[in-house]
Design a protein around this ligand. Structure first.
Ligand code: CIR
Length: 420
């Protein structure tokens, strides 16, 4: 058996070597207009349509990098008796002992599907049915947004501390995978072990590694100040070789399309970033805070003019490309809403994004990004690794209704180091 792949991510843009994804399955249809908002979707979506859009994305990723389906990793873990028992104990409510036995008897394949797609309460009680509490184990509606519930930070994986109850089931599954998979290996940082930390929240959409010594962290609905302090504390405990700069970007709590930093800002190349300008370039209300941490643990903290200015000050001059192609007006708002600022870099200057955000794609084209189609990359018709900058576009009309884009749908596990 080959040796496991080790967690190794030291930037947002290094050439991708291994990425975790989840193809949207039955779980995305286990909702109706009444509970879609609770499930954190802005609309109900069709599995078939979502899969149609996701397939070329995964296919294109497969031409570039090793791609691991989270369900395959889960199956591998469930084939091992002790991890299986441990995971079932974590997710199966004690009030249904019969259910636990039923799940224990399932083979790894069926059980992996059940844990992702959800298990209905076995009681058949009308009250549960009517109040929408139908699940003993809720479906992992948002699992295809692999980015958020865990994140590779250097050589460790940090489990998310999710702001919404509906996403907490993802953590148990991912925790089991990171601890027991034979395919991948990582040291796991688990915020659940911190006692009494009621306001410790951190999600991967907010955590970006700009450079080995610079982290960017969104601070809003999903990641709290305590979450940032936890991450810094963990990195200090592991030992810093040089000062670490943490640039914290405050985010508005509404509308819901501003949930994470990656919905308003993503890194595209050594010298380009995508910005939703009204917030990232021109907001006096939402601050950028620079936390400098020395290897000794000594910290300094100050306001910066903006994220882009702070990065320039740290020797990362970035030209912003505008989401919606303009500073203000309808287009930035319309395209940001459909994850128009959310790009996933698979190498410096090589990115994935949704084709529907035409003004943003045009702005990228004007910045030297060749526009390719994911289906053509997946079929081998074009090779995105050849030539300079490119944006690989996928038809994303159904997927963004779940609330995220290409960065949200990937969890990079290993990348090559960038030569700066
Ligand atoms: N990084 C991201 O912005 N992820 C998108 C997550 C969407 C999901 N429906 C959520 O609200 O958590």
């Amino acid at each position: 058996m080959s040796s496991p792949i080790l967690a190794n991510v030291h930037s947002e843009i290094g050439e991708l070597e291994c990425v975790l994804v989840h193809t949207p399955g039955e779980e995305v249809e286990k909702m109706s207009p009444t509970n879609a908002h609770w499930a954190l979707y802005s609309d109900i979506i069709s599995r078939q349509e979502a899969q149609k859009e996701h397939t070329p994305f995964k296919g294109a990723l497969g031409k570039i990098s090793r791609v691991l389906e989270v369900k395959d990793l889960l199956r591998e873990v469930l084939e091992q008796p002790e991890p299986k028992a441990e995971l079932l104990a974590a997710v199966c409510p004690e009030e249904y002992p019969g259910l636990l036995e039923e799940l224990k008897a399932m083979d790894a394949n069926l059980l992996a599907s059940r844990l992702i797609e959800g298990v209905e309460r076995p009681t058949g009680r009308l009250a549960d049915f009517q109040n929408g509490q139908r699940f003993a184990i809720p479906p992992l509606f948002n699992l295809f947004f692999m980015r958020d519930a865990s994140m590779t930070v250097f050589n460790s994986v940090l489990l998310g501390s999710m702001a919404s109850e509906v996403r907490r089931g993802e953590i148990a599954v991912l925790n089991a995978i990171y601890r027991y998979s034979k395919t991948i290996r990582a040291a796991v940082l688990d915020p659940r072990t911190v006692k009494g930390a009621h306001d410790l929240r951190v999600e991967g959409g907010d955590v970006h590694i700009a450079r080995e010594d610079i982290l960017l962290v969104g601070n809003g609905l999903r990641s709290s100040a305590e979450g940032v302090d936890y991450l810094v504390g963990q990195l200090l405990e592991k030992g810093l070789e040089k000062p670490l700069h943490v640039l914290v970007q405050e985010l508005p709590h509404a509308p819901e399309s501003f949930i994470h930093l990656d919905m308003v800002f993503t890194l595209l190349d050594r010298d380009r970033c995508m910005v939703y300008a009204p917030l990232i370039l021109h907001s006096p209300q939402f601050h950028t805070i620079h936390l400098e941490v020395e290897p000794s643990g000594k910290r300094r903290i100050r306001y910066e003019h903006s994220l882009v200015d702070a990065l320039r000050g740290l020797g990362m001059p970035l030209k912003p490309v505008l989401c919606g192609g303009a500073e203000n007006g309808w287009n930035p708002d319309r395209e940001q809403w459909h994850s128009g600022a959310n790009f996933f870099s698979f190498a410096p200057g090589k990115i994935f994004g949704y084709a529907r955000n035409t003004h943003t794609i045009e702005a990228l084209s004007q910045n030297g990004f060749r526009v390719l189609r994911a289906a053509d990359v997946a079929s081998g018709k074009v090779n995105p690794m050849e030539g300079g900058r490119c944006v690989v576009t996928l038809d994303g009309n159904e997927l963004p209704r779940g609330g995220g884009g290409c960065r949200c749908m990937t969890m990079p596990f290993a990348r090559r180091r960038v030569e700066w």
